[in-house]
Design a protein around this ligand. Sequence first.
Ligand SMILES: [Ca+2]
Length: 261
Amino acid sequence: MVLTLLACGQVQLPEPDAGEIGRALKARVPIAWVGTLTQQALEGQGGECVVWETPCGEAPCAGVFVIEVGEDCPLPMAAAASGDVTVTVDSTGLFGAAFGELRDDGRGLRIERVDGAVVSRGGDGLIEIGFADEELDMDAEDSEVEVLNSGYVIEVDDAGTLSTQDDAVVISGARQWVKAGDSAHAFQTALDAELDGRCRANPVAGQGLVQEAGAGDDFDAQVATNLVIVEFDAECDGTATAYGGGTSGASLGSELALDLL
Ligand SMILES: [Ca+2]
């Protein structure tokens, strides 16, 4: 995301990168996967992907386990990924995961760790995973503040099996980036975005929203905004439909390449 500040203080926004929302959703899939395995492990039925480093004892199990990612335990939407994940969980369902050197076809995954996540199984049988994170970068001398924070709720229907191949994952949440020095702001949200293990190319249902705004030194005079709504659909062709408008013009439904593979 690049905001260009012009010499006169005017801000020119590029076309919003709506495809970013697809990539941000894909980056949450490993958390959904680890959360699902964690809940199944807590229930004392962890499959062969769950290898305890500490004695599990009676359910609910708690302690540290490792998942060896590879052919026997493929990461959904990144079947070529290899490496390991170390998960720490307590009996209340509070968990953290370190994704270590997890690689997908030579590319590092866009997640390194998650802390303070929580998982439980609801009365409807769905596994619910919640987490939030925040990165704060402050430079007092330059009065610069940069904040990246996010919060997500994920629901997983594990179809009553330990295999994750038949799981349906629904993600809702928001992620925002604020840079106070240049008054720039970007916001992404996902509502009921459904990821199905049988389609690696795109979410198969739900909506996303991407909003970007910036302002020059004279905040009242110069504000630029872009807003894009993304509709995901069941066709597994790597695209979604984008509806948008703002400083750079309006679009009444254009094909958006998600590039999730
Ligand atoms: Ca399953």
